[in-house]
Design a protein around this ligand. Structure first.
Ligand SMILES: Cc1cc2nc3c(=O)[nH]c(=O)nc-3n(C[C@H](O)[C@H](O)[C@H](O)COP(=O)(O)OP(=O)(O)OC[C@H]3O[C@@H](n4cnc5c(N)ncnc54)[C@H](O)[C@@H]3O)c2cc1C
Length: 394
């Protein structure tokens, strides 16, 4: 008989809903088993610059990145994978998600030659990719990007910088959004594939609250051949927005994984800890805290599943659903991790304990791939046409 997976990463009653198909349930089961079998590797015990490539290789060997080279778009599978990996460890989710995010534009817009050059290595976990959009003066406002791409007789020259780039320093190739025309704003942007070995490209590592391979990029007269252009000239903004719209719901899924891990650990603690002649879990206010966590976990799981289902079924409003899932799940996860830590008391604050790590790891999800405020703006912008379509009048 195959070993039973650990119960925590998924709620079997939500997985059983018709929002998922049988192959999704199988994926959730197999990936949970795989995570259990790789517990030491995924335990966030090693520095990210060395752990990242090792995890990537293991994910490739396990076949979890194979979809990057020719597999279908399956947002439900992507969300389930992030939920399981985030439950297992921060770097497992980080490595998987950045690889998939960075490969997205290449999969959708790459020429045959560009795809053949990179996708097989990315799918095996032998090559590592990064997606470089943000700059110090252009985070939420992508249209303000200033990294200059100048056309030359043989190709392009890039000058400027990128900020807060995940996988900086371990990536073999960067998908970079740069300015190829005077604008205005979003119209003057194009995407490029930049090998990490390009002369003039430097990485400035940035230590963050949760240790991850991340840094700023400096481009000094970086010469690229004409074939480095990804997609059409001037198409950089829609390329970036499309991949972010599709990925936001997966950030919600990762938040759910972190939150479930925290809630499960807190429940085990509350059921075992003696308190006033009984157990901590017997206290009404502690039970109320768990009830609150349960409601938020259910709501987040259903919103993520809905967004992924709608996207897989071609709903044109998927960016709105994706924003709703990211906004709710990441905000709720922050609250769940905080409640779970409270159940631990002082023990939850011990440096490098599971709760302390989760407390640090969950924070950035409300900022990257569009902050909570940006999600609110996306959701609000979709309200009017949505209501009118249903015939609601004032
Ligand atoms: C762990 C981590 C990994 C990251 N990885 C990558 C990566 O791989 N590639 C990449 O390109 N970038 C990456 N980023 C950068 C990330 O996408 C930006 O941090 C994010 O877009 C916010 O930009 P900013 O930090 O410049 O904040 P700002 O844009 O300066 O925003 C500051 C504050 O202003 C608010 N604000 C901004 N605009 C609005 C608005 N229109 N309405 C209301 N409020 C608003 C924001 O919500 C925020 O609270 C990463 C960031 C982190 C933390």
């Amino acid at each position: 008989m195959p070993p039973a997976p650990s119960p925590g990463a998924f709620d079997p009653r939500i997985l059983a809903l018709p929002l998922y198909e049988e192959h999704h349930r199988e994926l959730a089961h197999r990936l949970t088993l795989w995570c259990d079998g790789h517990e030491d590797l995924l335990a966030d015990a090693e520095p990210p610059m060395t752990a990242g490539p090792r995890i990537l290789r293991a994910l490739g060997d396990g076949g979890w990145l194979a979809f990057l080279d020719g597999g279908p778009d399956d947002h439900r599978a992507l969300c389930l994978a992030r939920e399981a990996l985030a439950y297992a460890g921060d770097l497992a989710d980080y490595t998987f998600s950045i690889q998939a995010l960075a490969a997205g534009p290449l999969r959708r817009h790459g020429t045959g030659e560009q795809r053949r050059r990179y996708l097989p290595g990315l799918a095996r976990g032998e090559l590592c990719a990064a997606f470089a959009v943000s700059e110090e003066a252009a985070g939420s406002d992508v249209a303000a990007i200033g990294l200059d791409a100048r056309e030359t007789a043989t190709g392009w020259v890039l000058d400027g910088g990128k900020a807060w780039i995940a996988h900086a320093g371990i990536a073999d190739v960067y998908t970079v959004i740069a300015r190829t025309g005077p604008g205005p704003g979003a119209l003057g942007l194009s995407a490029f594939l930049v090998p990490a070995t390009t002369p003039g490209l430097r990485v400035r590592p940035v230590p963050m609250i949760a240790p991850r391979a991340l840094g700023h990029l400096v481009f000094e007269e970086c010469a690229l051949p004409g074939q480095a252009l990804l997609g059409r000239r001037g198409g950089g903004f829609p390329i970036a927005m499309e991949v972010l719209d599709r990925f936001r719901m997966t950030v919600g899924a990762a938040a759910l994984g972190f939150a479930r891990r925290a809630a499960d650990a807190a429940l085990a603690r509350a059921l075992a800890r003696p308190m006033r002649g009984g157990k901590l879990f017997d206290l009404p206010t502690v039970r109320a805290a768990f009830a609150g966590m349960e409601v938020k976990l259910d709501a987040a799981a259903l919103l993520v599943a809905r967004a992924a289902w709608e996207t897989d079924h071609g709903d044109p409003r998927y960016p709105r659903h994706s924003a709703v899932a990211k906004f709710y799940a990441t905000e709720a996860a922050q609250e769940i991790v905080d409640s779970a830590l409270q159940v631990f008391g002082a023990a939850g604050l011990v440096r490098d304990s599971l709760m302390e790590r989760l407390y640090r790891q969950i924070r950035s999800l409300r900022i990257y791939e569009g902050s909570s405020e940006v999600q609110q703006a996306v959701i609000a912008a979709a309200i009017d046409p949505y209501r009118t379509a249903r015939g609601v009048s004032s």
